[in-house]
Design a protein around this ligand. Structure first.
Ligand code: PLP
Length: 341
């Protein structure tokens, strides 16, 4: 295998870089076609497609890691396959069969093996499956035709400066998803509606937005493109809400928290509880855990501080290191989450 590519593996950004191939599969005339490989970065779809007009689009994000043994490891891909099906159901798209999802991600990794960053670089191969309605129509109704594409891109470690706490921006003037809307599935519209709030957060020097529930503004929902958790009294607490995305990282952290002797609670988390946490963080595929150092409430001016000397908390660090070690094959895969390719 050739790792002599023009990448400075230790310094690649968390962003898109071109690789050699992607894979595609069309759903037409009521059936899925063959999985095709392509070297083009472009797709050609009808200008009146439901993806472009009515947001009939869903995506996933998962990672492959290279272990010390040089083998490529995939983390809980079955969960992503299932979540993409839930997203498809939520906006009436054709579901991608699990076997097709599996074949597609394994094929695209195989075709781009040289882009899987080496062990120890902190980088990984990000896998992006996307499903969308194609074919021309103008009325608001689901498409009959779909395209499923999977591309990969090597991504650097999320934290260029190491595992360090960040600041989060909290406000009541923006919503990510409606209480009974599409927040629980991974569709593009949720991300479009979070862009203005995220820009405001970034413009004010914050890493991201801590969204409150859209109906009452009383409960913590999630943190930009990541779930929220708080830890206190040896208990890992994470919000239960219909409008947050069920994070696979969070699901894994809940199991690991129990494994290291913490209690786990998944329930409504009132904003009034925020100041009682000893550690708080955001979790997701991109960063595993983003420790939160401060939350600033832009409406009340209240500042919540969770860090001493800008260091992450003890349990957040332990959970982060354990999960990352399982993903890269450095720790025993106690829950059978990793598939070695
Ligand atoms: C809105 C949102 N919440 C949470 C997450 C974290 O989910 P996961 O751990 O499955 O990456 C993501 C990323 O996929 C997200 O976009």
């Amino acid at each position: 295998m050739d790792n002599s590519l023009d990448f400075d593996w230790g310094n690649i950004p968390f962003g898109y870089s071109k690789t050699d191939f992607n894979v595609r599969c069309y759903f037409k005339d009521g059936k899925w076609g063959d999985l095709e490989m392509s070297s083009s970065e472009e797709v050609s779809i009808h200008m009146a497609s439901t993806a472009l007009h009515y947001g009939q689009q869903a995506f996933e994000g998962l990672k492959a890691y290279k272990g010390k043994d040089g083998k490529i490891r995939l983390f809980r891909w079955q969960e992503n396959a299932k979540r993409l099906q839930d997203s498809a159901d939520g906006i009436l798209m054709e579901k991608v069969p699990v076997k097709l999802f599996e074949n597609a991600i394994k094929k695209v990794i195989d075709l781009n093996q040289k882009y899987v960053p080496p062990y120890g670089s902190g980088a990984s191969l990000y896998i992006r499956p996307v499903l969308f309605g194609i074919g021309g129509q103008v009325g608001v109704r689901p498409s009959t035709d779909y395209l499923f594409v999977v591309f990969v891109t090597p991504v650097g470690p999320y934290f260029k400066t190491g595992f360090k706490p960040v600041d989060m921006y909290l406000g009541r003037a923006f919503d990510r998803a409606a209480p009974q809307g599409t927040g629980h599935i991974k569709v593009g519209g949720n991300y479009a509606s979070s862009l203005v709030a995220m820009k405001e957060a970034h413009d004010n020097g914050f890493a991201n937005v801590l969204f409150l529930d859209s109906k009452e503004k009383k409960y913590i929902d999630e943190c930009g493109p990541a779930n929220f958790f708080g830890i206190k009294n040896k208990t890992y607490i994470t919000p239960k809400s219909n409008s947050i995305l069920p994070s696979i990282t969070n699901k894994s952290l809940m199991q690991l928290a129990e494994h290291i002797g913490l209690k786990v609670e998944r329930r409504e988390v009132p904003l009034t509880e925020l100041e009682t946490f000893e550690e708080v963080g955001a979790c997701g595929t991109a960063a595993v855990i983003t420790p939160i150092g401060r939350v600033i409430d832009k409406d009340t001016g209240k500042e919540y501080v969770f860090t001493k000397d800008n260091q992450p908390g003890k349990y957040s660090t332990q959970l982060y290191e354990l999960l990352y070690a399982i993903q890269t094959g450095d720790a025993e895969d106690v829950f059978n989450w990793v598939e070695i390719l």
